[in-house]
Design a protein around this ligand. Structure first.
Ligand SMILES: C[S@@+](CC[C@H](N)C(=O)[O-])C[C@H]1O[C@@H](n2cnc3c(N)ncnc32)[C@H](O)[C@@H]1O
Length: 247
């Protein structure tokens, strides 16, 4: 069936105020049955002026996952503790984390090879339909360019190297927000293994690649890691996933 008659009937009988919502429900129903998704007109994140201002200043356009980074970083912004990003590429995620920050004592730590992704493993399920065919050094972006972009934020530390080589340098720090965005199984697992114990209660670990068909190794790594932990991952509508660290 193309759509639900219930929604069509409601649209026909709705008053003027309600018509917009029922029109959305009917179109969303048709879209859903065809494998597409529509955003609800009840909430339009792409019209959030604060977020749009920060995006524009960063020089790029709206993206659902980036919106989640900003929202979740904001939720921990008043806490004590540091933030980190594993996998920084052009620095857009860190740009949002740093803009969300409200504690002048917090430092942001950036970990990346700055030579792109590491060698994919069979656990990256390269033959799975929809999985990206990663090649070592894909997404390479130079450190100096990221340093330039994030120069308005002096409390940023850079660690160039293959994850987890340089994690030991922050072993004495405690974290309130960590964004793991390295696409592949092994560096995702290494990042969760290292940072989990360093998270403050209520701190958030966000995995950008958690529920994405292109990066099945990342979800496998997170699920394996969480198997014996009390936290469960929350999947965001954008395709990322996060945990809130228990006490
Ligand atoms: C998807 S990009 C990150 C995007 C960024 N977080 C953002 O929000 O715009 C993935 C990054 O992970 C880095 N990366 C992948 N595997 C890595 C590894 N094993 N060690 C260090 N960096 C790695 C790549 O160099 C690349 O910059």
């Amino acid at each position: 069936m193309l759509f639900s008659f219930k929604n069509a009937k409601k649209l026909l009988t709705a008053d003027k105020k309600q018509r917009r919502i029922y029109r959305y429900k009917l179109l969303n129903d048709i879209a859903h049955r065809n494998g597409w998704r529509l955003h609800s007109p009840r909430y339009e994140p792409w019209n959030d002026p604060e977020y749009l201002r920060i995006l524009e200043a960063g020089g790029y356009v709206f993206n659902d996952k980036k919106f989640m980074i900003y929202q979740l970083a904001k939720s921990t912004a008043n806490m004590a503790g540091d933030t980190a990003e594993c996998g920084v590429f052009k620095g857009n995620g860190s740009w949002l984390i740093l803009h969300a920050e409200k504690n002048p004592d917090s430092t942001h730590h950036v970990f990346d090879s700055f030579e792109g992704v590491s060698e994919p493993l069979p656990t990256d399920n390269l033959n799975r339909p929809g999985a990206y065919e990663w090649k070592k050094h894909d997404m390479a972006h130079p450190l100096e360019s990221v340093r330039g972009k994030l120069s308005p934020f002096p409390k940023t530390q850079y660690y160039k190297g293959w994850i987890p080589e340089r994690f030991a340098e922050v072993a004495d720090r405690r974290f309130k927000f960590v964004h793991v965005d390295v696409d592949l199984y092994q560096p995702t697992l290494d990042s969760f293994k290292f940072f989990y114990d360093k998270m403050l209660p209520g701190g958030i670990m966000l995995c950008d690649d958690y529920a994405c068909p292109g990066t099945p190794g990342a979800m496998q790594a997170v699920e394996e890691f969480l198997a014996d932990k009390p936290e469960n991952a929350v999947t965001t509508i954008a395709g990322s996933g996060f945990i809130v660290k228990h006490g």
